[in-house]
Design a protein around this ligand. Structure first.
Ligand code: BGC
Length: 246
């Protein structure tokens, strides 16, 4: 069975059809830069353009980078403030005509990783981390998603979320060395370990490409593994979220 997934991020909107048996994209993904400002109407237009590229008429799953409850955005995060309280599933349906299932982007990436990647068959508490523009997190207990865990919004200074300290975008912006980035990530992993004692933390996004250099530098007692679905996890997990529409 083929389903369609779209991963909406702070810098790009990416989508492709996904084979649910293998968890692999069946066509090369298509990417459109996230419009700036990333207002609802502009993003909906980009989603429409992406679906037109594949001529996809069926239901669509979307991973969206804010808190999402029942298809409704509940935070601004790295998008535009106009998103708060928007029913993203309805907005996309009005723009494109397809039915949409919208969930948090990091929850989507986590779903893919738990089903097809490093989290497959892992029991207990698993935290999946996606390092990109922000820090996304997924929380799973015995393989079941507990949605909208925003671990990237733990505070590292009085009012600053830790994602403004340790995300991949911060590494790029501040041109951090591997050692300096590892120190910041280590702070974050220790923090997560201290408050939820996960059995496993799976790390994806920007860190996965540099994992061999980073891993030896971590001091946390938590068990860390690198994500195996790499860049496509967000698309694959979004496609999985659309299963309920079929
Ligand atoms: C948002 C999360 C999102 C993460 C990754 C954070 O800024 O608050 O909802 O999952 O970025 O995109």
């Amino acid at each position: 069975m083929q389903l369609f997934g779209i991963d909406i991020g702070g810098s790009g909107i990416k989508g492709a059809p996904v084979d649910m048996e293998t968890g692999e994209l069946t066509q090369e993904r298509f990417r459109i830069p996230t419009p700036r400002p990333a207002k609802p109407e502009a993003v909906a237009e980009a989603v429409k353009e992406l679906l037109a590229h594949f001529d996809w008429k069926g239901p669509v799953g979307v991973g969206f980078p804010t808190i999402v409850k029942n298809g409704q955005c509940k935070s601004q995060s790295n998008m535009h403030k106009d998103w708060v309280n928007v029913h993203a599933d309805q907005l996309f349906k009005e723009a494109c005509g397809n039915d949409f299932a919208v969930i948090n982007d990091a929850d989507a990436a986590g779903l893919a990783e738990m089903h097809y990647g490093a989290g497959k068959d892992v029991k207990g508490l698993v935290v999946t981390i996606t390092l990109g523009t922000g820090i996304g997190s997924g929380m799973f207990f015995n393989g079941e998603l507990i949605p909208n865990f925003e671990l990237g919004h733990l505070r590292y200074k009085k009012h600053k979320p830790v994602e403004k300290y340790a995300a991949d975008s911060i590494r790029k912006k501040k041109d951090l060395s591997i050692e300096d980035w590892a120190e910041r990530l280590d702070y974050f992993f220790n923090y997560v370990n201290r408050i939820c004692s996960p059995d496993l933390i799976i790390v994806g996004g920007g860190a996965s490409k540099k994992w061999d250099e980073l891993e030896p530098l971590f001091t946390t007692g938590a068990t860390l593994e690198v994500a195996t679905t790499k860049n496509e996890a967000g698309i694959i997990g979004a496609a999985m979220a659309s299963k309920k529409l079929h």
